[in-house]
Design a protein around this ligand. Sequence first.
Ligand SMILES: NC(=O)c1ccc[n+]([C@@H]2O[C@H](COP(=O)([O-])OP(=O)(O)OC[C@H]3O[C@@H](n4cnc5c(N)ncnc54)[C@H](OP(=O)(O)O)[C@@H]3O)[C@@H](O)[C@H]2O)c1
Length: 327
Amino acid sequence: MRIGINGLGRIGRGFLKTIWEDPRLQVTALNDVAEGAVLAHLLRHDSYYGPWDTPVTAVPEGISVGGRTMPLYHCASPSDIPWEEWGVEWVVEATGKFKSRRALEGHRCNVLLTASSQEADRQVVFGVNHESILPGELLLSATSCTTHCVVPPLWVLHERFGARSVLFNTVHCYNVGQTLVDAPQKDLRRARAGALNIIPTTTSASLALEAVLPELKGRIRGMAVRVPAPAVSLTEITLQVERTASPEAVTDCLQEAADGGLKGILALSREELVSQDFLASTASSTVDLPLLQVQEDLVRLIAWYDNEWGYVHRLVDLLAYLEGRQT
Ligand SMILES: NC(=O)c1ccc[n+]([C@@H]2O[C@H](COP(=O)([O-])OP(=O)(O)OC[C@H]3O[C@@H](n4cnc5c(N)ncnc54)[C@H](OP(=O)(O)O)[C@@H]3O)[C@@H](O)[C@H]2O)c1
């Protein structure tokens, strides 16, 4: 499968590094508004994950990674990027700027959007609903990192105990959607310095969760609290369940899923850990078992996630799955 990346930011670069190891998939063209020399530098050096051991340089034709050169375009609009010259079949749209069907159709090829969008043909959480993608669904949303954290354990517990009502709160590291210093933004709390404040705000995950688990429509509500940590987040998920639950029964069914159909996606942690311990975790969601609480019909879980690294691995898993389905 020949892939293009639009937007070499946190997600675009992490995706490129992850996919580089996969022989089934090949990135053949890149687009970002930034200069090649700057992007090559940011690929070589990363404040969270350290240096990339694959050599990267900016060359006149684009960016050379491990001796292979990919063209780099600087088009601000998807409709101007000449993906067809490079045989691109799927574009990973990771600018954060384009979410409407109209804008995404500008790419003129299949699109995997790295954000939630109600206008996508399907919102996909790999491991849970990827097998329901229909052959004609060619504008896919990979939802959000928080959706990938909440859905796997919620799905498992809903199947076993029945979720009557769900509340979640993601305690999320700051990201590019916030500001370093106080600066105007529509969301007045996000307008405040991200590395200084605990910032209650919204999350796009609520709507995406309902799209992925439609049987829970109208029964899920969520919020986010952005905190002064640069990487790794956690979500607190509280379910009101229909059938009797106990800590042992909850642990057993999560363990079964983590060892079975959700292997590599849902993980369990039994140690008393903190956020840095989950840096570069490739799981979508790691349930912290010592923090599990069950009281009457309420079950409360805490699940950790590296909001970048786990997510980019699922993007690669999804494209590899689609590639396998074609052949
Ligand atoms: N970060 C996370 O944890 C995370 C997790 C899951 C999903 N996502 C989603 O992934 C998307 C990207 O997030 P991110 O954190 O990677 O953001 P980011 O670091 O800001 O990356 C976006 C990149 O796209 C470039 N860009 C901006 N406008 C462009 C345009 N018109 N054409 C081409 N390139 C353009 C940006 O350049 P400039 O910097 O010069 O503007 C930047 O290099 C967002 O939708 C976000 O919600 C993020």
